[in-house]
Design a protein around this ligand. Structure first.
Ligand code: ATP
Length: 485
């Protein structure tokens, strides 16, 4: 080989990023490039050494070139080098014209980069799978009320059956039911079933959530400069937004008396008068109202206008509490489970014993409470199964109470006997928790239990019931008692 050709040849080999080393037909290393040293990390000069001595000195565990010498064929091996690098070593034999082996050229390809790429590819594939899953579950439209409702109970089913007919008319609907039974859902279904859903919005107003000083301007809007702090250009009200659609007035029993008169005139004349305004505005609104209070009793007590009550009560719809339609519990639980498993990308199921406990519980907070319990279980569950032990304590305890309150006189001997004191405590707790959740205010809850507020608060403290007091008013009162004691 001419000197020039040899130099070109060496330059080529040293510019290759893979390691190259060459041995003669007996295994003596005759040359290598720089990449070989970088990749292998062998700390000695290998030129002139036989690869067998590299094995003896534990620099390499096996040799591709020795295999090639033995077999006369191309050989590939994955070898771990002192540098910590894993490399694919491929030995290629070269022969003279008579077919005698002259040398072995080994290519050493660093696999760590390849491994990193492999890991990245694996991660990308995993992400791809996750995204595909998310896209599959992604629904571009918010599920409408019809898709959201789950009903098995015949009473509820007959309410649902009537909705299309009620939805078609423009008559005012008054929905009765405890908090969380689904009054809002039924109201939005009514809107969906009416032709109004094509031309107007469904506007929900919670009359108990807006302070009475603001509710008039929120509902009816105001003219510019109507009161101190009012916007100069005035403001339209929530009822304006419901024009051609449906206004859902939740907790109508909380509407102050002076506004009851104003609402009555809207219902009669289909016109609204903004605060500070003089010209009534034509409005085309369908009213659906809801309450968990006894409006008839409020009429008798003079806190709700009789004329408004009759005007609202054109089509009454009573939604039973969940404890009176236990058939719905199973279906609701499964549909919430499916919804939240999708939301949190989990896969869970209930063991039958846990399902039994949900069935036994009295659900004072109704469907909303069940929905919250299922969401909490899905978020907190660490295994794929929801067991009875995972349920909130009050639900597990409910089974105990069911045994206690079982008054079937036919089987007195089967009733589990527990100490009287414990039975009284369980019963007291059950009734107090139920009353607090049902009435949401201390006064009515105490009245329903036949005790005064201070006794109720004392018992709450003794039984540690503060957690069920969900409204701000109750939390405040219960904390005050703790401070006093
Ligand atoms: N039959 C049902 N199927 C599915 N979800 C339901 C059903 N009934 C109620 N829900 C859900 O339970 C929750 C409470 O329902 P909603 O707000 O309609 O109750 P509500 O009676 O209007 O309560 P409140 O009187 O406190 O306003 C909502 O998230 C609702 O979607």
């Amino acid at each position: 080989m001419s000197q020039c050709l040899e130099m070109t040849f060496r330059a080529m080999i040293s510019s290759i990023s893979d390691g190259i080393y060459i041995t003669d037909s007996e295994g003596y290393c005759t040359a290598h490039n720089e990449a070989f040293q970088r990749i292998t990390g062998i700390p000695i000069n290998v030129v002139g050494r036989n690869v067998r001595t590299l094995i003896d000195d534990n620099f390499i565990s096996e040799s591709a070139s020795l295999e090639v010498i033995r077999s006369g064929q191309r050989v590939s091996k994955v070898t771990l080098f002192p540098s910590g690098c894993e490399a694919l070593v491929t030995g290629n034999p070269s022969f003279d014209e008579e077919g005698n082996l002259i040398n072995v050229v080994c290519e050493v390809r660093d696999l760590s980069e390849l491994n990193t790429l492999k890991d990245e590819l694996k991660r990308a594939k995993q992400l791809n799978k996750q995204y595909r899953e998310i896209i599959r579950n992604y629904s571009p439209t918010v599920p409408n009320a019809t898709q959201k409702i789950t009903v098995r109970d015949p009473k509820m089913q007959s309410i649902l059956d009537e909705l299309p007919r009620i939805g078609d008319s423009d008559a005012t609907v008054l929905i009765y039911g405890e908090s969380g039974v689904g009054k809002g859902l039924i109201a939005s279904l009514l809107h969906e079933h009416s032709s109004r859903s094509n031309k107007g919005k469904f506007i929900k107003v919670d009359c108990s959530a807006i302070p009475s000083s603001l509710i008039e301007s929120e509902l009816f809007g105001y003219e510019g400069g109507a009161f101190t702090g009012a916007r100069r250009e005035g403001k339209s009200g929530l009822l304006d937004q419901a024009n051609h659609g449906t206004a859902f007035l939740d907790e109508i029993g909380e509407l102050p008396l002076f506004l009851q008169v104003k609402l009555l005139s809207v219902l009669q004349d289909h016109k609204i008068l903004r605060v500070g305004g003089t010209v009534p505005l034509e409005m085309d609104i369908r009213f659906v109202c809801a309450t968990n209070r006894d409006l008839e009793k409020m009429v008798d007590e003079g806190t709700f206008r009789k004329d408004l009550y009759y005007r609202l009560n054109v089509i009454p719809v009573a939604i039973p509490p969940l404890r009176e339609r236990k058939e719905d519990i199973f279906g609701l639980t499964l549909s919430f489970l499916e919804r939240f498993c999708q939301k949190y990308h989990r896969s869970l199921s209930f063991v039958p014993e846990a399902m039994d406990s949900l069935y036994e519980y009295s659900w004072p907070g109704n469907v909303r409470e069940l929905e919250n319990v299922v969401e909490r279980l899905v978020v907190l569950s660490q295994t794929g199964l929801i067991e009875k032990a995972d349920l909130p304590e009050k639900i597990r305890r409910a089974n105990q109470a069911v045994i206690l309150l079982d008054t079937d006189p036919a089987h007195p001997k089967e009733r589990k006997i527990i100490p009287l004191k414990a039975a009284v405590a369980v019963t007291e707790r059950l009734l107090i928790e139920g009353a607090l959740q049902q009435y949401n205010h201390l006064g009515p809850a105490a009245r329903a239990l036949g005790i005064d507020i201070s006794t109720l608060l004392r018992k709450c403290k003794k039984l540690g019931i503060s957690r069920v007091a969900e409204s701000a008013e109750m939390r405040l009162s219960l904390r005050e008692v703790e401070i006093e004691k």
